[in-house]
Design a protein around this ligand. Sequence first.
Ligand SMILES: Cc1ncc(COP(=O)(O)O)c(C=O)c1O
Length: 442
Amino acid sequence: MYLHGTSRVNEKGHLEIGGVDTVDLVEQYGTPLYVYDVALIRKRAREFKNTFEELGIKAQVAYASKAFSSIAIVQLAHEEGLSLDVVSGGELYTALKAGFPPNKIHFHGNNKSVEEITMALEAKIGCIVVDNFHEIDLLKELTKQLSQKVDILLRVTPGVEAHTHDYITTGQEDSKFGFDLHNGQIENAIELVLHDPHIHLLGIHCHIGSQIFETKGFVLATEKIFRKIAEWKERYSFTPNVLNLGGGFGIRYTKDDDPLPMKVYVEKMVEVVKEHSQQLNIDLPEIWIEPGRSLVGDAGTTLYTIGSQKNVPDIRKYLAIDGGMSDNIRPALYQAKYEAVLANRLNDKPNETVSIAGKCCESGDMLIWDLPLPEAKTGDILAVFCTGAYGYSMANNYNRICRPAVVFVENGEAKLVIRRESYEDLVHLDLPLHTEMLASAK
Ligand SMILES: Cc1ncc(COP(=O)(O)O)c(C=O)c1O
């Protein structure tokens, strides 16, 4: 059993996280319940930040809030001195509502609307990561209308395929994101913005993939970008003040994953950027990164209650939990793998292999296949590890299942940061066809 962060087995044989007994959490908040180990998030954030600081490099570490966006996590990111990456009006709204400093917000997205760009400009956010020609047109028009200047990065697809699952790769040439680095697109984009009176081209952005376990992909992408910088320096006298190398740093979901310490990625990036800047005799650009999963992924654990069981003799035993693809769609979406334990019986040795089924009306709603567990009973608590990234943020209301609650735990204290959705919340946006039919009208 691999325990992340502050997780441990307490004297009752229960899983404890952040000094709080998960069985007590279930009694108080119910299941499914997302539990975040705040100390572990702080540790990860500091590892990134301190490495840049120790190397004396100007940097921004922006939390990619798509991994898990809520007012509390945004505030925690601020407490830890992080910047913030948002990709929609909704994520931007959450950040502003949380009181996050707008000048440390970076706005991504491959189809930002007029309303979203206007919202970002009016809030005077730190920078917009421009993805395509349509966005350049919009930005020129809107900045002129509002007589406002804006810092931008241009996102490029460097054509580096990082070793990762195909469905979650965003850095290939055949990608919906960014300007191609090699077919003239990026030069067209630079020419369109370089002398615009309202747009300031701060630098270049790339993101090569997700759940990456080696530094090679980052090195290759950086080298390709620097080859272009050499050209741009001659042709436009332009060199980037900022190089944003994205996120994608891999974490340990299961024993098959062997991630690098986060500082190794940072050290390698710094080494390569320094070496190439020196070769070109240009000022060292600021290095920005935007980790999501590696900041919050292994800090999240989901607690479920085990309900029904089905035995298919000689084939498999299914254990059903009170959640599934409605609170964690990753296994159904891209066969993501997890480890799990019985949180109320940690000292019991696994003596059978079971498969964990969700409660949604989809046979693909399977959370874990072939999990070793002690023989489980109805009412036992299943703790699934490493669910902190792209879990709650992708939660949905399929089958009109209510989204779970989220608690932060630290130093023996639990704090509810997202309350459980209620049935009333579920119908909150519905408008009747026949008002007189409503239960409340009778
Ligand atoms: C542009 C960009 N930046 C950062 C991230 C965060 O990636 P990760 O959570 O793998 O660190 C993503 C994820 O898809 C992304 O698309």
